[in-house]
Design a protein around this ligand. Structure first.
Ligand SMILES: [Zn+2]
Length: 372
């Protein structure tokens, strides 16, 4: 359980978390999710599972011979979705409590086939409001009304994949060398929020790292279809591989849609360091379709994904989110993002690339698809 881990968190690490959160006007959340009466207990279980997964990397050595150490946790009252940084005790990463709570509620409402008020208004709010916002009046009743057993089951797996995507995105910033690269080569503190620099070269590199973290989260977590639980987790009992992969990808895209929905609210976050979410969606979609074409993903994955996203669209009011998700339902030639994503990294100089490679703890891409 996450609470167990938090109890044994080293004092120094807890201090690091507190200082980090305070810097952005939030607090480090030490509350346990596992009170027996908590309706959100299963969110705690999901987060505990994700922590277990990322902690399995602890002790791995990178190209410099350094052992990986990280503390992960939840922030409260922060407007940012997640954060990754480096502190005295090793790496630090986490997400804001509002992210899993909002995604759990959004997926609960999205589980229903018919879209009608007041659910659509609530979905719009959940995908657009910053994680720290207060829920509006009457909101609890809308959620309770939607919480039937079937919707809850769907919401649980979608919460797992959407929260998992955000969590692993942050984890991979620490695991594949981004944080070290930003610090050692760019001289920046990689805090998600504070990625501001005056040099446009920095912005390009930082954007490439964002797309890289998205790709790593997708390929190492959401898309693993067999075995190796360390690198991926299979979805529910449905054994049809395209269904399972598309389900995982749908969760990731729900998370990305929520990021797009609240982008305008994040006025203090630099848009120069993070790619537009439409580009993140195009990149992730391009990665998936390329993998399917190359036989790394089951045939039919993209068709199944399009079908699943199509079902969500009547629930979506926000025109920005709607246009973003609509892209996923078409066969049209959308930018095949992975080639562009990699070429952006290749633009780095030799010595920069060397540092990037040396600071890597995790494989950049690991799929357990049929041709692996
Ligand atoms: Zn990031």
């Amino acid at each position: 359980m996450p609470s167990d881990r938090r109890v044994v968190m080293q004092d120094q690490a807890a201090e690091d978390f507190k200082a980090f959160a305070k810097r952005y006007g939030g607090v480090f959340d030490l509350r346990a999710f596992d009170h027996p009466s908590s309706p959100q207990r299963w969110i705690g279980e999901i987060l505990g599972g994700l922590e277990t997964l990322t902690r399995s990397y602890v002790g791995d050595r990178n190209g410099r011979g350094e052992a990986y150490a990280a503390e992960s946790g939840l922030f409260e009252n922060m407007e940012v979705n997640g954060a990754a940084s480096r502190r005295s005790s090793g790496y630090l990463f986490g997400m804001t409590l509002g992210v899993p709570l909002r995604l759990a509620n959004a997926t609960l409402l999205l589980a229903h086939d018919e879209a009608f008020e007041p659910r659509t208004t609530a979905i719009d709010y959940l995908l657009s409001a910053p994680p720290s916002a207060e829920d509006p009046e009457g909101f609890e009743a809308v959620i309770m009304e939607a919480a039937d057993p079937q919707a809850l089951a769907w919401s649980r797996s979608m919460t797992f994949f959407s929260v998992g995507f955000v969590w692993m995105h942050e984890a991979f910033h620490t695991l594949i060398g981004h944080v070290d690269f930003a610090r050692d080569i760019l001289g920046l503190d990689m805090d998600e929020l504070s990625l501001t620099a005056n040099d446009p070269f920095y912005h390009e590199v930082l954007q490439a790292m964002e797309l890289d973290a998205d790709g790593a989260a997708l390929t190492n977590f959401c898309l693993t279809v067999a075995g190796r639980p360390r690198f991926g987790i299979c979805a529910d009992g449905n054994l049809d591989p395209p269904y399972r992969v598309a389900q995982a990808a749908e969760g990731a895209f729900i998370a990305l849609a929520a990021i797009e929905g609240r982008r305008s609210a994040l006025t203090h976050a630099s848009e120069t360091s993070h790619p537009w979410p439409s580009r993140r969606i195009a990149s992730a979609r391009g990665l998936l379709s390329t993998f399917e074409r190359r036989g790394h993903l089951p045939k039919g994955t993209m068709v199944e994904l399009a079908r699943r996203i199509e079902r969500l669209l009547p629930h979506i009011q926000n025109p920005q989110i709607l246009s973003l998700l609509s892209v996923l339902t078409t066969d049209g030639k959308v930018a095949e993002g992975d080639a562009g994503r990699l070429s952006e990294l290749i633009q780095l100089g030799r010595s920069e690339l060397k540092v990037f490679e040396e600071t890597s703890f995790a494989p950049r891409v690991r799929l357990n698809g049929p041709s692996n």
